[in-house]
Design a protein. Structure first.
Length: 187
């Protein structure tokens, strides 16, 4: 057997363009709301409500301090560590989440964490209440955003993706209706 036949065999067995990424796993709105309503522990419920209403990563949620929330301007700052550097972005605060968070943090000091859990504990709680993992809230938020007619570019900024292509993966789940988009164009 020569070198050419070995190379051709490996290309046939492992075609690069045939490798497909799995679509993100997400929950629908009704399932999340049903599960949220069953949670009795207020801290647990607020953690998952925050993930659901904002689409932030679990590590970002666990780093939120009371002083990071601007109740007047309906925004909060999230921070995350990547490549040994802290990054941050400002995320809009949904009015419903703002109202419940304002009550939730009333007795906290400015430097107190909203959710004093480890990542492992957050995963355990998510498995217990939702039979899944915390990142599914992020996927669920994105899918719900697009299904409700939210714009892709705004979602890209909210999720803090460095590349728009990452955000565009959600279009495989919720395709943009091109006909409806065409109706918005005036000729």
């Amino acid at each position: 057997m020569n070198d050419l036949s070995i190379k051709q065999k490996s290309e046939v067995d492992f075609p690069v363009n045939q490798i497909k990424r799995e679509l993100p796993k997400y929950w629908d709105r009704d399932y999340i709301n049903l599960c949220l309503n069953k949670i009795k522990n207020n801290k647990h419920k607020m953690l998952f409500k925050t993930l659901w209403f904002s689409g932030i990563r679990i590590s970002e949620a666990l780093n939120i301090k009371k002083k990071d929330i601007d109740f007047v301007n309906y925004v909060f700052v999230v921070r995350w560590l990547k490549s040994r550097k802290y990054h941050q972005r400002v995320v809009p605060l949904h009015p419903v989440l703002r109202d419940v968070l304002e009550i939730f943090v009333a007795n906290l000091k400015a430097d107190d964490l909203l959710f004093p859990f480890s990542r492992q504990r957050a995963w355990q709680l998510c498995k217990k209440y939702f039979n899944g993992h915390p990142h599914q809230f992020r996927h669920s938020f994105a899918v719900n955003w697009l299904r409700c007619g939210g714009e892709l570019i705004v979602l890209h900024k909210m999720l803090g993706h460095s590349k728009i292509q990452t955000t565009m993966e959600y279009l495989k789940i919720v395709p943009i209706h091109q006909g409806e988009e065409l109706l918005k164009v005036v000729f």
